[in-house]
Design a protein around this ligand. Structure first.
Ligand SMILES: [Zn+2]
Length: 303
């Protein structure tokens, strides 16, 4: 027991040790100066609007973003959160957004400069947040915006809570879009970036909580695609998420959201500053027998 007690005391008395040093991650190609330039590239007239679309309330829409292009999710009608998925356009069923590793690398909530990482065996930046007009930080309850701690609302948990079918949960919206528009399956829908959502863990019991989203009309979050991407987002049926899930007495107000995809007018600008699409992860794959490792690399490096 003495040793156990010592271990308990050791844990309680040791200050938190951040697991990953962000400076050891791959540097942004082109450096901070280029990403600062990108932050205002649209406002400064360096980018052209290539595509715009609206995600209707309680639905999902998907769009493609070539590497080196930008996209925005814009709050243009009323306070509304979105659940976003992200796949490699070149092999969407193999490479997709890895929210828990992104959380481990950066934080519970993402901010300007943070990156969206893909899953194994790729693990590379898929996108970088170049602007976030909300810039909320963390409030006194520990809540932040754009979390990677919650998953998406889904009809399965909802069924337990309400014993009713709800076909317009974010998971269902993303699934419908993935199956009907993108040739994917339900199992390709994955844990999301909760765009504009204000969340945290309660101090006493560490339960997931939400607050009314601080997003206002005119706010947007903007990303640079670091590889060719297929992106999808759902306008959450919880609206601004000011009402708890399964609270059947109240009906949330749900608004559409606008998507804008931009391409830089000077297509050579990024590469002239040292930027290039994210390369494959450099790990050899040797954690399995050599023959399997080569198979793994073949799979990973396939176009
Ligand atoms: Zn939702």
């Amino acid at each position: 027991m003495t040793s156990q007690t010592n271990r308990r005391d050791l844990a309680r008395q040791t200050a938190p040790i951040p697991c990953y040093k962000v400076e050891q991650l791959p540097a942004k190609y082109g450096g901070d100066e280029l990403y600062d330039w990108l932050r205002t590239a649209v406002a400064d007239g360096h980018a052209t609007l290539k595509e715009t679309l609206e995600i209707p309330p309680r639905e999902a829409r998907s769009w493609k973003v070539p590497a080196g292009c930008l996209w925005r999710i814009v709050c243009h009608v009323g306070p509304q959160v979105a659940d976003m998925n992200c796949w490699s356009l070149d092999h969407p069923q193999q490479e997709r957004f890895y929210s828990s590793k992104t959380r481990q690398i950066h934080a519970t909530h993402l901010k300007r400069g943070d990156r969206l990482w893909s899953g194994f065996p790729y693990l590379r930046p898929m996108a970088t947040i170049v602007e976030d007009t909300i810039d909320y930080g963390f409030d006194e309850d520990g809540a932040g915006v754009h979390d990677v701690i919650g998953s998406r609302c889904d009809p399965y948990t909802n069924w337990y809570m309400t014993k009713q079918d709800n076909n317009h949960c974010c998971h269902s919206n993303l699934t419908r879009q993935a199956v009907q528009a993108d040739g994917l399956k339900e199992c390709d829908v994955h844990d999301v970036l909760n765009v504009f959502m204000c969340t945290g863990f309660t101090k006493g019991t560490h339960q997931y909580f939400t607050k009314p989203s601080p997003v206002d009309v005119g706010d947007y979050i903007e990303f640079l695609a670091e590889i060719n991407l297929l992106v999808s987002a759902s306008t959450c049926p919880q609206g601004d998420v000011s009402i708890a899930c399964g609270d059947g007495d109240k009906e949330p107000t749900v608004y559409p959201l606008k998507i804008e995809v931009y391409e830089l007018k000077d297509s050579e600008h990024l590469t002239s500053k040292g930027w290039r699409p994210s390369p494959m992860n450099g790990y050899s794959g040797n954690h399995v027998a050599t023959s399997s490792a080569s198979e793994l690399l073949e799979y990973r490096d396939a176009p």
